[in-house]
Ligand binder design. Structure first.
Ligand code: ADP
Length: 399
């Protein structure tokens, strides 16, 4: 009965992360990352035990990516299960659950409908999540699917954090409000930070910086999210790979008045902005940092805007909470870019933040404290583990 094997799928805008868990001992049997889906240079890194293999098929969409992942999980050399019937349940990271979905749920027709209804709020992610759900329902009929929503952890935000300065009736009638995202990640790294510090989460104030293609910061006050930088949709807050971050509403009105349709406007804000839109080089920070180091001025500007936007949110959230005990960097950029971590915290010495270069430089993808011993605020790098949180929820709900 305890032989539960759970596949967790995390479909990002251009990536797919997967992990197959044996829930007995929460052991990861295999995991992997499909990168650059729909962009040239698609790549799958599949890891079984200690050994990894890299595959470079041309991958057009998420459905194709999932088929390749399932072949790898059952393949003669790369496989960890005899056949697909060994998978007892599938957990899906779903970005937008609106106000209806405040917790993880077993997926039904109704849940799928709810996720569809939220597509206008998360146009890059909910369709990718739905592709994952539909592909699994088709390939493994009868196997339960669970949705874990990115919005759930932030449901503790007070009204002053989630109500916008527009007439209140839009909230009452249409639920126009801040939801914010990456909840499983903020929840996981904040509780892990408390463990590392040896303190109860109920006693400390943490700012979590989830920096990936999509990014958000959260103010986690004694275990509860009290503010977070994404909003009703996924385009606000700090600068992202292709998303604009905070812009004045007048810019949007100007673009509409210039004749852009709402869907063209959505395309501009979600797909053509951010690092890509400013640098003209790429949405991938590695490419932009490389171009900036070679003297590309717009690439450097894009990086500087990114670093500054992170710093502004860190200071704002410290103010909101009346102090901060720990700052956590996580996700692709947070875990890997020492340059970003350094630049985003430089100048925050006035509020007790001091990075130790010897600890930060070159640190990639590993849990570590990177602040100086005499820093009042502890700064940490904690690889996120959204998949484990989702696997636990899936096990609980699929029993
Ligand atoms: P997603 O939001 O799609 O899940 P990830 O969390 O995988 O994104 O983060 C992707 C981002 O992380 C990309 O911008 C990528 O350039 C960045 N990244 C990954 N490794 C590095 C690195 N070594 N240096 C700088 N940026 C990195």
């Amino acid at each position: 009965m305890c032989k539960m094997k759970i596949l967790v799928l995390n479909c990002g805008s251009s990536s797919l992360k997967y992990q197959l868990f044996d829930m007995k001992g929460e052991e990861v049997l295999a995991k992997g990352l499909v990168e650059r889906i729909g962009i040239s240079g698609s790549r799958v890194k599949h890891t079984k035990g200690e050994s990894s293999t890299v595959h470079e098929p041309d991958i057009q969409d998420h459905a194709q990516a999932i088929k390749i992942v399932l072949e790898l999980l059952t393949g003669p050399d790369t496989g960890v299960i005899g056949d697909l019937s060994e998978i007892t349940a599938v957990g899906h990271r779903v970005v937008h659950g609106g106000e209806k979905n405040t917790k993880s749920v077993l997926i039904s027709q109704d849940v799928v409908k709810g996720i569809e209804e939220c597509i206008p709020l998360a146009p890059l992610h909910n369709p990718a999540n739905l592709m994952g759900i539909r592909a699994m329902q088709e390939i493994l009929p009868g196997v339960p699917n669970v949705a874990a929503f990115d919005t759930a952890f932030h449901q503790t935000m007070p009204q002053e954090a989630y109500i916008y300065g527009v007439p209140f009736e839009y909230y009452e009638k249409d639920k126009v409000r801040r939801y914010s995202f990456h909840g499983t990640s903020h929840q996981f790294v904040s509780s892990r930070a408390a463990e590392i510090l040896g303190k109860s989460i109920e006693s400390i104030k943490i700012i979590t910086c989830h920096l990936g293609n999509g990014s958000s910061l959260a103010a986690v006050d004694r275990g509860k999210s009290v503010d977070s930088s994404l909003g009703m949709g996924t385009s606000c807050g700090i600068l992202m790979g292709t998303r604009c971050g905070d812009v004045d509403a007048s810019v949007l009105l100007h673009l509409l008045e210039q004749g852009n349709s709402p869907s063209e406007l959505s395309d501009i804000l979600h797909k053509k902005s951010g690092l890509l839109g400013i640098s003209g080089v790429s949405s991938d920070l590695r490419d932009v940092e490389t171009a900036a180091a070679k003297g590309d001025k717009r690439a450097k500007l894009a990086c500087d805007i990114l670093y500054r936007s992170i710093k502004k949110y860190i200071a704002a959230y410290a103010a909101v909470m009346g102090g901060v005990d720990a700052i956590v960097f996580t996700a692709g950029i947070g875990e890997n870019s020492d340059v970003t971590r350094k630049a985003a915290t430089e100048g925050l010495e006035f509020m007790g933040v001091k990075i130790d270069d010897a600890k930060n430089d070159g640190l990639r993808g590993k849990e570590a404290v990177i602040s100086a011993d005499d820093s009042k605020v502890t700064v940490l790098v904690i690889p996120t583990n959204e998949e484990l949180v989702i696997a636990r929820d899936t096990q609980r709900l699929a029993k």
